[in-house]
Ligand binder design. Structure first.
Ligand code: 6GU
Length: 297
């Protein structure tokens, strides 16, 4: 992506930039480990950008970082809204919504069905088992929610496999509309005519796409500025650096006779870093040798 294409993180939406400015300042400071006071507060898109550029040097994309400073909107369309609501209203997802970083809405597709019984599925044309989701309510829902620049995703095991890099890419979007597939599938005209990307979360089959949508939303939203908080960095994540993480310990230093490795108590930061790197490598070799393969994308 070209530099200029990244720039309008909120420039077209000045109000949003202003609203988010408090968050931005904190986030810029957090990213760059600068005290908040050292980031000048100025209003106006160019100045926001300049401050951001100065404080948070551009990093390569797809590494788990996200330097887009705006509120993100996500609309989930599902036949089972309750599956999404609980997991997305706790902990960091709750903080993201309360802090104005994320505006999340979970909708029931049936609300766009026009018949008396609000039917959203029908038998497969050509025969076969199970039910297929009808196109009409889904088209009506997406057409009422999307706007210029929205990205429409379909959760389906037939989709492209989701990854940390995909999460980082989606975290740059302003508005996601996520359609959850259920039953045997969804009328293919939805996929062909409405959907920008089909997404799967892995090589197994779930009973419904709402569970998969929760996974995607969590992975994306935790990359938005201000969600992880100062204590944690998305850049340190497993997968952002291509290796699994080293083991972690907390107190007590000895538990049931099992000791925390001496090196971690040594206070020697260089040695601790070298130990962690070696442990990360060993763990990756043992659990995920595919991550070390030469043909890694
Ligand atoms: Cl997105 N949906 C369903 N039903 N199963 C899956 C999936 C999605 N991703 C992996 N398995």
């Amino acid at each position: 992506m070209k530099e200029e294409e990244e720039v309008p993180f909120g420039c077209g939406r000045g109000a949003s930039v202003l609203r988010q400015w408090g968050n931005c300042v904190n986030n810029i400071a957090a990213c760059s480990r600068l005290p908040v006071a050292s980031v000048r507060v100025e209003v106006g898109c160019e100045k926001v950008l300049a401050a951001r550029e100065a404080a948070a040097p551009r990093r390569p994309q797809g590494d788990g970082y996200n330097d887009v400073l705006h509120e993100m909107q996500i609309d989930i369309l599902t036949l089972f809204p309750e599956i999404c609501r609980a997991p997305l209203s706790e902990s960091m997802m709750k903080r993201a919504q309360e802090g104005g970083v994320l505006q999340l809405r979970v909708h029931n597709i049936r609300d766009w069905a026009t018949d008396k019984h609000r039917v959203a599925d029908d038998a497969p044309v050509g025969g076969g088992q199970g039910m297929v989701m009808k196109p009409e309510p889904i088209f009506a829902a997406v057409e009422s929610l999307r706007r210029e620049g929205s990205k429409v995703l379909l959760m389906t095991p037939q989709g492209r496999r989701f990854s940390q890099a995909a999460a980082a890419e989606l975290a740059r979007e302003e508005h996601l509309v996520i359609i959850c597939g259920h039953y045997e599938g969804i009328d293919h005209r939805v996929t062909e005519q409405l959907v920008d990307a089909e997404v799967s979360i892995g090589d197994y089959v779930l009973t419904n796409g709402a569970i998969a949508a929760v996974v995607v939303v969590d992975a994306v939203v935790r990359l938005l500025p201000g969600v992880l908080g100062h204590e944690q960095s998305a850049a340190d994540d497993t997968f952002s650096r291509g290796l699994l993480e080293a083991p972690q310990y907390t107190r007590p230093a000895e538990f049931r006779g099992w000791k925390v490795p001496d090196i971690l108590l040594s206070g020697n930061h260089a040695e601790i870093a070298a130990w962690r790197k070696e442990q990360a490598l060993q763990r990756t070799r043992a659990n995920r040798p595919d991550l070390l393969a030469d043909d890694q994308p």
